[in-house]
Ligand binder design. Structure first.
Ligand code: DX5
Ligand code: ZN
Length: 241
């Protein structure tokens, strides 16, 4: 084998050895809520890294979903981490209730009409894990001042408010830009992609730099365990991220 062929062989071997599977976070908004414990048990059995809980207040987005009491019911059904995606106008008024009900990671929108910097500071003082979400039309630079100390960037790949919408491919570039910002600053932040994720769009998001796939209607609209399995099977090489 000549030298360059050997190098190609070596790097392919490296990529093969270093392939990592995706983390999956089912968004329970699309589960059969009348059968919540069983649905969660199925997800737990196949293995998920967290549950994604979409909290909407009818103001920040044009829909109303769940509050702290519901989160407590989810908490009683699983030991897996819970993340609260707060699509509400005043996360500063309600976050303590969500922490009490069992949320482990509070994610607030950069578009929220409060001082995002002060709110993140408040969360840091509480010692609660936290992250920042960004809408499809918001430039990624908006989150740059808030990266220090956060665990998660949640890139919305649909307009927030409803599950079952089509993935917006234009956000792929934003995922890649977010990845570069994390790398350049040496942060340990994970990128989650939320909206329209299935076994095909999940591959695109993974290639662009996503670490975690949030999915509602795809996972709960069919065989739950099989579909989570398909998302987890999506592999990427850390070297390409
Ligand atoms: C949208 C929510 C998403 C939504 C995803 O406002 O933030 O988490 O539930 O739903 P799918 O996966 O069906 O697009
Ligand atoms: Zn969400």
């Amino acid at each position: 084998m000549n030298f360059s062929l050997f190098n190609i062989f070596k790097s392919n071997l490296y990529n093969l050895a270093m392939k990592v599977s995706m983390e999956v976070s089912p968004s329970i908004i699309s589960s059969d809520l009348s059968n919540l414990r069983d649905q969660i048990r199925q997800c737990d059995r196949v293995g998920v890294s967290s549950y994604h809980i979409d909290v909407m207040d009818g103001h920040f987005v044009n829909n109303i979903t769940i509050g702290p009491d519901f989160v407590s019911a989810v908490r009683r059904s699983t030991d897996v981490r819970l993340e609260g995606h707060l699509m509400i106008e005043r996360p500063d008024r309600y976050y303590r209730e969500f922490i009490k009900s069992g949320i482990d990671n509070i994610i607030c929108h950069v578009e929220t009409p409060i001082s995002v910097g002060s709110f993140l500071h408040q969360l840091r003082n509480e010692g609660i894990e936290h992250g920042i979400a960004i809408n499809p039309e918001t430039p990624i630079e908006k989150i740059e001042p808030f990266l220090e100390g956060i665990s998660t960037i949640l890139v919305m790949s649909v307009h927030p408010g409803f599950s079952g919408q089509a993935f917006i491919p234009a956000v792929l570039e934003k995922i890649t830009r977010a990845k570069s910002m994390i790398r350049e600053n040496g942060y340990g932040i994970k990128i989650e992609v939320d909206g329209g994720i299935d076994d095909k769009t999940g591959v695109l998001a993974a290639k662009a730099g996503a670490d975690i796939l949030v999915s509602a209607s795809y996972i709960f609209g069919g065989n739950i365990m099989e579909r989570i399995g398909k998302l987890k099977e999506i592999q990427y090489s850390p070297s390409s991220h």
